[in-house]
Design a protein around this ligand. Structure first.
Ligand SMILES: O=P(O)(O)OC[C@H]1O[C@H](O)[C@H](O)[C@@H](O)[C@@H]1O
Length: 425
């Protein structure tokens, strides 16, 4: 479950007009009549997922873990952020001898990164999962060109059994290549855009290979799908979050800073930025999504947030219970003068910090939203990610924007291709 709190008065947000508009959006979503409704496959995807699909994901992940020590996932944007977000949120900070590692490539263009990656995995068994919905994105295609050659040189014909491709069912250069080489394939559904694809094979295969419970993740998403389906202007968390941020946007708060005290959530923040940025940032409208990790960033961006230009709202992603923790102990000489904290856990310290920071930022003119999840596990992450996807659709529709396209992304690509003299540009 996700709980949404607000520093303002929710009754002022949920006016009769707003309620009516949200009801129309709700009906358009579930009757699939709104703008971009060809891309609503994600809406009932969790409940529609078959056990045989999940079994295929799990058995492939097992096969990968059997044949390799490292899975390199090649993808960018929606084809890597979901998996990276869930894996980073669940894996330990430090692991000297991991029995299996998931690494990423193709999410930037760095010769040093790719060279060092190939050297790093050289004494371990490797498998690849190349993910691209379009099958034509330059960065992952470039990384795959190098890594495919690497695999061929290392494994010869056996390389084909170590390469897994996740792409469109019918089109794209990657599909042609996968068919030609006989790589095992998974499908990115036509009606699910990259940033809404974490519960498809795009996210599930790397997450399962990393050793996490994909059934728990899907179960959380299913609960969210089910609980957030009904129109309820007061208690539906997805509607609440969308309505509050839209109301603030209309008052001139055009930037949203997503803050967390949990460093493991920093890629959930990155995933959220793509989700909201690409969904809403169109037609010269939209809230700019930004992120900070506290308390680290209280010592850098904290000054700006407290006191800089007043066009910020802040939403806190708070995990209520900690899995692992430390308690401050009484020191004999109290030289560091921290004995006043003894007995307090570091998690509790952060919860107090949340309260203090939130009060201070509010008094500095930054409206506060709280997004609470009970703990960091597969179920709660599944719930949270679905909640954000649904809320994002409401948010974009409140701006009268199609949440599911990204026309602006093409402009810079065209400019680069022209400079590189790509045939046809
Ligand atoms: O999965 P792909 O087709 O390779 O796309 C990867 C990413 O790049 C594109 O440029 C889009 O802006 C993103 O929405 C997409 O997630």
């Amino acid at each position: 479950m996700v709980n949404v709190t607000y520093s303002g008065n929710y009754a002022d947000v949920m006016t009769d007009d707003k309620k009516q508009k949200l009801k129309q959006i709700h009906d358009g979503l579930y009757e699939k009549t709104g703008a971009g409704s060809d891309f609503l496959g994600w809406l009932d995807w969790p409940s529609g997922l078959s056990q045989s699909f999940l079994n295929n994901i799990k058995s492939t992940a097992e096969a990968i873990r059997g044949q390799a020590d490292v899975l390199i996932v090649i993808g960018i944007g929606g084809s890597y952020l979901g998996a990276k977000a869930v894996i980073e949120a669940l894996q330990p900070y430090f692991d000297k001898n991991p029995d299996f590692e998931v690494l990423f490539a193709g999410h930037q263009v760095s010769g040093a990164y790719l060279k060092e990656l190939m050297a790093y995995v050289d004494d371990r068994e490797v498998a690849l999962n190349v993910i691209s919905k379009s099958g034509t994105t330059t960065e992952p295609a470039l990384a795959f060109r190098f890594l495919q050659k690497y695999m061929k040189e290392r494994y010869g014909n056996e390389a084909a059994e170590r390469i897994y491709v996740t792409t469109d069912e019918e089109k794209g250069a990657l599909l042609t290549l996968a068919k030609e080489k006989g790589y095992k394939r998974f499908v990115v559904p036509d009606d699910v855009g990259g940033r809404y694809s974490v519960f498809t094979a795009v996210g599930l295969l790397p997450i399962a290979a990393a050793g996490f419970n994909v059934e728990g993740l899907v179960e959380g998403a299913r609960a969210a799908e089910n609980e957030l389906k009904a129109f309820d202007a007061e208690d539906n968390a997805a509607i609440r979050y969308a309505a509050i941020r839209h109301d603030l946007y209309e008052q001139g708060y055009t930037n949203e800073v997503l803050a967390t005290f949990e460093p493991k959530l920093s890629f959930v923040q990155e995933w959220w930025k793509q989700l909201f940025g690409e969904s809403e940032g169109k037609e010269h409208k939209g809230i700019l999504p930004l992120s900070v990790v506290y308390t680290t960033d209280l010592h850098s961006l904290g000054q700006y947030i407290q006191d800089g230009k007043r066009d910020l709202m802040e939403s806190f992603l708070i995990v209520d219970e900690a899995d692992e923790d430390l308690e401050v102990f009484e020191a004999e000489n109290n030289a560091d003068q921290l004995n006043y904290l003894s007995g307090l856990s570091l998690h509790d310290f952060n919860l107090v910090a949340y309260k203090g920071v939130s009060e201070a930022h509010l008094s500095g003119g930054v409206p506060q939203i709280g997004i609470h999840v009970s703990k960091l596990d597969e179920y709660n992450l599944g719930y949270l990610l679905y909640f954000y996807m649904l809320s994002c659709a409401y948010s974009a529709y409140l701006l009268d924007i199609n949440p599911f396209n990204q026309p602006g992304v093409e402009d810079y690509k065209t400019a680069i291709f022209k400079l590189l003299k790509k045939p046809g540009y």
